[in-house]
Design a protein around this ligand. Structure first.
Ligand code: NAP
Length: 285
């Protein structure tokens, strides 16, 4: 029940109506018996400064930030966590007594979901598809988690090369980049312990599109992690499974990035199972 002391959280983005975060976070608040609520705020680019001023003026507990504001919002905050600075994007803002602090829980959420899936990154060879926002978040955390190599492929090789150049100074592993159409992709796939799809290929409503790589080039020893979460079973996931690969869907990262935001805001352990259930109920299988 909303009353005079309800703490308000939310998500700012454009579009935002599709977001599953209100479902996950409200279920989590209810599960923990917290007098909090979480609402979607449709904010366009011109409205971003006023929206952040409103977080302060209205005393919101915090907000998630989604496309297209994850980078531009940084200039409006009082402090930015180191990991968000490295990634170059903020997806969670915490309001600490009027000071707005920016975090990025996408990368840590990805790591937590891999851990949950029983996968140890130590010494692993990783192939990453895509060089956009999600790719940046997962690549920075993986490059500092003991992997032996990370090869980034994108439609336009220059974008992958830019990400590789940004990663190189902080990475503890070999970093390489290439074009999806290049001859190096099949070789990298054949040797990969982990393949991460951080491109939108396979996402609803284009879920019938061909997978971003030819699944015939995968060996059974590769874990295939598709960051797409709608549908949960993408074509890449189904075809990789048919090749004998272990698979993970993007639901895990989505749940854990939300769980980590919940913990930053409330200081309480997030009810991960409840949040996952809310997400799975909402997404087509
Ligand atoms: P983005 O910033 O637009 O980046 C997408 C990347 O994929 C770009 O590098 C893009 O290259 C590349 N790409 C586009 N079409 C491609 C194709 N046909 N084949 C291969 N690569 C292609 O998007 P994003 O925010 O990173 O999101 C990417 C995906 O991750 C989306 O499906 C999103 O839903 C998912 N995601 C999941 C989570 C989660 O929690 N599970 C979190 C964030 C994102 P160009 O720029 O050259 O087109």
């Amino acid at each position: 029940m909303i009353n005079g002391s309800t703490r308000v959280y939310g998500i700012i983005g454009d579009p935002v109506a599709h977001s599953l975060s209100p479902l996950m976070q409200n279920r989590a608040f209810g599960d923990c018996g917290l007098n909090c609520c979480y609402v979607p705020f449709q904010v366009d680019t011109a409205g971003l400064p006023a929206a952040i001023a409103a977080v302060r003026a209205l005393g919101l507990g915090g907000v998630n930030v989604t496309i297209p504001h994850k980078e531009r919002v940084m200039e409006h905050l009082d402090e930015i966590d180191r990991s968000a600075t490295l990634i170059g994007a903020v997806n969670t803002i915490v309001n600490r007594d009027g000071r707005l602090i920016g975090y990025n829980t996408d990368g840590a959420g990805f790591l937590a979901s891999l851990h949950d899936g029983g996968f140890d990154l130590g010494g692993k060879r990783v192939v990453l598809l895509g060089a956009g926002g999600a790719a940046r978040a997962v690549s920075f955390v993986m490059a500092q988690s003991g992997i032996s190599s990370l090869t980034v492929f994108d439609v336009i090789g220059s974008k992958a090369e830019k990400l590789a150049a940004d990663l190189a100074p902080v990475a503890g592993c070999l970093i390489a980049a290439g074009e999806l159409a290049s001859d190096t992709l099949p070789v990298a796939l054949a040797e990969a312990d982990l393949l991460v799809n951080a491109s939108p290929v396979g996402m609803f409503p284009n879920h019938e599109a061909r997978p971003p790589v030819d699944p015939q080039q995968l060996t059974g020893g590769t874990l295939v992690y598709d960051l797409v979460y709608n549908p949960l079973r993408t074509k890449l996931i189904s075809e990789a499974e048919a090749r004998g690969c272990r698979v993970l869907s993007g639901a895990g990262m989505l749940v854990y990035q939300g769980a980590l935001a919940f913990e930053l805001w409330t200081g309480r352990r997030a009810p991960v199972g409840t949040m996952r259930q809310a997400l799975e109920e909402a997404v087509q299988r």
